[in-house]
Design a protein around this ligand. Sequence first.
Ligand code: FAD
Ligand code: NAI
Length: 491
Amino acid sequence: MKKNYDVVIIGGGPAGYVAAIRCAQLGLTTACVDKWLDKNNHPKLGGTCLNVGCIPSKALLESSEVYHQSETLLAQHGINVDSVSLDLQKMMDRKESVVNTLTLGIESLFKSNKIDWIQGKATIESLNAEINKKTFNKMITIKLHNQDTQQINTNNIIIATGSSPVNLSIAPIDDEYIVDSTGALAFKKVPEKLGIIGSGVIGLELGSVWKRLGAEVKIFEAQDSFLSFADEFIAKESLKHYTQQGLEIKLNTRLLNAEVKNNTVQIKFMDSDGEHHEIFDKLIIAVGREPNSEGLFNNETDLVMDEGGLIHVNEHCETSLPGIYAIGDTVRGPMLAHKGSEEGLMVAELIAGNFRAVNYELIPSVIYTHPEIAWVGKTEQALRAAGIEYHVGTFPFAASGRAQAVNQITGMIKVISHEVTDKILGVHILGAHASELIAQAVIAMEFGASSEDIALIMFAHPTFSEAFHEASLAVSGNALHITQRKNIANS
Ligand code: FAD
Ligand code: NAI
C-alpha cells in the first residue's frame, strides 16, 4: 500500500470503480476506498449496483419471469409441464452467485490494473488550498474495517459515495416487516400480501418480481400521475399492462403511518375517499434515494451542496473545491449506474489532461418490468411544454413478425422527430427487449440521425429491431406493415 497517490476515489460503485480503472489505465497511481461489507461482513466492490441494486434485481426479475412463464405461458407453445414449484432459496442462491461473480470480477480488474483497494470508511481530512500538482496536497483518513486508521495523500479526489434509500419516519424500516429495496431482494418466503410505497422504478421492478412469484401486490403512489418522468402515452399504456398482470397501483394516495403488529404491517392511508386501513405481510418503502454526502469531511469546508445533499458540480463534475470531483448518485442527474460510469470515465480523462464530455441529453432509462420500458431523449409532453413542433411515428410490436413468432406482441416503439429538421428528438419503447433496442436509438441520436436516416437503413428480418425501422418510417406516414395516415400524433 502506498502513502501518496495521484488519485483517490471514495466509493467503489459503478461510478467509482470505473473511474479507478480508467485512472489506472491512464498511468495515474490510484486508490479506491470503499466501506461496503456484505451480510457476512466481507468487503465487496461494486457498490449499490452490483450488491443490492441493478444486478440482484435483474437476476430476480429473470428468475421470476422464467417461473411465471413456465406456470402460465409454456402451454401456449404446446409445452405441457405437469407441475411447477418454486425453490425460493435456490433462486436467491443463484442471485448471490451472480453478484459474487461480478464483484470478484471487479476485484481482479483492480489487481490487474494495480489499483489499491482500501477497505474502510474515508474522511477527507485536510485540503491545501494552493494547488501544486507536484505535492500531494490533500489528506484522507480511512477508518479501516479492523478499526485501525490509515492516512493517505493525493492530488485528486473523486467522490463517488453513491446514495441510500429515503426513509419515511411514519414507516420506519425494521428490516423484517418494513423493508427498503435491499430487504425486498432477500425475502425468505413469498409474502402473501405485499404492500409497496412508491410506484417508481423500484416499486414496479420489485413489485413485478414478487407478483410473479405469487404475492398479492398493492402499490401506493402519492402522485396523481403514473410514471410522470416517462412519455405520457407510454406511461398510460404500461399502466394498463401492469394492472392486467394484477399489480394494483393506487395513485394519489398518501401513507399516514405504518406499524408492525402481530407479525404483520398495518398501514393507514388517505385517498380521495378518505382514510383507510390495510394489513400486509411485508411493506417495501421505495420512495426514492438520497445522496451519501454527509460526514465526508472532517472539518468545515466550502464544498457547495444543495438542500437534498447533492454535491454541486459543473458539467465536468468539478466541485467547488479544486482537485475534488464528484460523480454518480452524489450529484445531479438521474441516479443510474451508466450515468455514473460515464462521469467516472470523463473525470479520469480530465485528471490525466485529456478531454472527454458526458452527453447529459442522451442518458437512456430502462424499467425492467414485463413488458420493459425504455426511452432516450425528449418526451412528447416536454416538447409540448417547450413549444417545439414535432412529428411522431409509432409501430406496434403486434405487427412485427418476430414478435408474433416469439409471442411477445405487447407494446410499441415511438419515434419523435423535429417537425422541420426531422432530427430524432426522442425514442420511447414499451415491449420485450426494450432495454436492448434503446441502444440503437441512443447511437442514432448521438450521430444526429433523422427519422429518414433510420428509414433508409436495412434491418434484418425477422427482428424486434425492424419495429424501430417501421416507427421511423411511420414518422412520415410510410410504415409498411400498418395502415396509417401521415403524421399522426399518437397521444
Ligand atoms: P453506489 O453504487 O451507491 O456506490 C457507492 C459506494 O461508495 C458504496 O460501495 C459505498 O459503500 C461507498 N461509500 C460511501 N461512503 C463512503 C465513504 N465515506 N468511504 C468509503 N466508501 C464509501 N441503475 C441502473 O442504471 N440500472 C438498474 O437496473 C438499476 N437497478 C437498481 C435496482 C435497485 C434495487 C437499486 C437500489 C438501484 C438500482 N439502480 C440501477 C441504481 C444504481 O444502483 C445506482 O445509480 C448506482 O449504483 C450509483 O452508482 P455510484 O457508484 O454513484 O454509487
Ligand atoms: P423513484 O424516484 O423512481 O420513485 C419513487 C416514487 O415514490 C415516485 O413515484 C414518488 O412520487 C413516490 N413517492 C415519494 N414519496 C412517497 C410517499 N410518501 N408515498 C407514496 N409515494 C411516494 O425512486 P425508487 O423507485 O425508490 O428508485 C430510486 C432510484 O433508483 C430511481 O430513481 C432510479 O434512479 C434508480 N433505479 C433504477 C432502476 C433502473 O434503471 N431500472 C431500477 C431501480 C432503481
